[in-house]
Design a protein around this ligand. Structure first.
Ligand code: B12
Ligand code: SF4
Ligand code: SF4
Length: 355
């Protein structure tokens, strides 16, 4: 067995799938795509603006010759019907944080490679590095492009997160696996906001996954569309016939419990999940919107309690949700709160909720 085969076998033993190899050469088409998006005023959130850096592995690590791209499969399941006051975390975000899991596995693979090829050196990356990962993984033969912008298993496997390991030694590259998904359009039809405005193109500003991660307030037009999402969105993944579904229902969370977490409690519950990376206030704001969207008057006492929170963004979310639930009890709470609210933004929200 050659070195590449031994590495691929080891990666499989570590639970990584799919696995493929590509050369550490630049991605000129993606460089142009990212530059065009920047010029059009549609920058990609949470990533550096430098298109050259994002698409050239050697700018990130000059020694790079080869990249091993790996997938970490995760179970995709239909969101459960909300039972009582529950929220939803997107598939793969509720359990151990995939960044940590992948990093651990890549470190083990790195150690294996350095033992097999003592002159080699490795550099790993998972999601938060500058490199644009999906096109590298496509080139390494991991999957096909989905219209929903995912890289998908070509024959209907589980969905997977991505990571990569750059090496300073050459390895035989793999071939891309054909181009496209079934082109059935079900993902685009299922998207609640129309964020996949055309095949293979996602507008992050109207993607609910993005909106559950931003700080501050979510624009009014999108709040009802968030439903009971507390973190992330996977509707366009669940809708895809190429993605094998897990019979296990998606992850539910008790919304009042999320809202009651103090800093230490939040760290214990979400600190090691992918859902927790934007912090307590963002998830609690989403939980407050979710209570409004569920429309159950049983949430009025919880939202009333939230009006005492020192964070204006949470008080504003509680006001919006009380207005959305409506009814005499919610209105009385809002009117009483108007007498003592001092924050300008929350007062604007109150004025809207009471008209
Ligand atoms: C910024 C970001 C987001 C943003 C914007 C996403 C976007 N589509 O641009 C937001 C916050 C919305 C987001 C959401 C999600 N994300 Co995200 N995100 C990223 C991140 C950090 C950068 C993506 C980026 O640069 N996009 C810019 C666009 C232009 O590039 P792209 O999306 O990678 O791929 C496009 C182009 O490459 C183009 N393309 C290029 N060459 C070619 C060639 C052909 C022939 C075709 C047709 C197309 C094509 O097609 C793609 C679609 O436009 C990556 C990690 C990374 N460092 O790369 C993760 C990543 C893409 N996200 C991921 C995931 C899992 C998610 C969520 C499911 C999280 C969640 N549960 O809510 C959602 C799903 C939303 C969706 N439908 O994609 C995974 C995707 C895994 C996979 N198998 O595809 C990644 C790779 C993270 C990881 N390491 O696993 N994400
Ligand atoms: S993640 Fe949700 S909002 Fe974003 S494109 Fe997919 S279905 Fe639409
Ligand atoms: S739902 Fe259809 S069009 Fe969308 S990614 Fe899946 S196969 Fe492609």
């Amino acid at each position: 067995m050659g070195l590449k085969e031994r590495i691929v076998e080891k990666a499989g033993e570590l639970g990584l799938s799919p696995v493929g190899v590509t050369e550490a050469r630049p991605l000129p088409a993606e460089r142009e795509m990212l530059s065009a998006l920047e010029r059009a005023g549609e920058p990609i959130p949470f990533t550096p603006a430098d298109a050259a850096l994002r698409t050239d592995p050697r700018r990130v690590w000059p020694e790079a010759r080869t990249i091993i791209m790996v997938g970490l499969p995760f179970a995709v399941a239909s969101p459960p019907e909300p039972r009582g006051l529950t929220g939803y975390l997107a598939s793969g975000t509720e359990g151990p944080d995939y960044h940590l899991v992948l990093r651990e596995k890549l470190t083990a693979l790195d150690a294996f490679i350095r033992a097999e090829a003592p002159k080699s050196a490795c550099y790993s990356f998972v999601d938060t590095g500058p490199l644009i990962e999906r096109p590298l993984a496509w080139r390494a033969g991991l999957g096909v492009w989905g219209e929903n912008t995912f890289l998908l298993s070509p024959k209907g496997g589980p969905a997977f997160f991505l990571g990569g390991l750059m090496l300073n030694i050459p390895l035989e590259p793999d071939e891309p696996r054909g181009n496209f998904c079934l082109r059935c359009g079900r993902c685009r039809a299922a998207c609640p906001t129309g964020a996949i405005s055309r095949p293979f193109h996602l507008q992050p500003g109207s993607c609910l996954s993005y909106l559950t991660q931003i700080k501050g307030e979510v624009p009014h037009a999108f709040r009802p569309l968030l439903g009971n999402r507390v973190y992330g969105c996977d509707t366009c993944l669940v809708a895809c016939p190429l993605v094998r579904k897990s019979p296990r229902a998606g992850a539910e969370v008790d919304l009042s419990e999320v809202l009651s977490l103090n800093r230490a409690g939040f760290l214990a519950r979400f600190g090691r999940t992918a859902a927790g990376w934007r912090g307590r206030t963002v998830l609690q704001r989403n939980a407050a919107y979710a209570l409004g969207n569920l429309g159950d008057p049983a949430a009025v006492p919880i939202l009333t309690g939230l009006l005492n929170d020192p964070r204006p963004v949470l008080r504003a979310a509680a006001v919006w949700s009380l207005g959305r639930i409506g009814g005499v009890a919610a209105r009385q709470v809002l009117e009483r709160h108007r007498e003592r609210e001092t924050d300008e933004e929350v007062r604007k929200e109150l004025a809207l909720a009471l008209t």
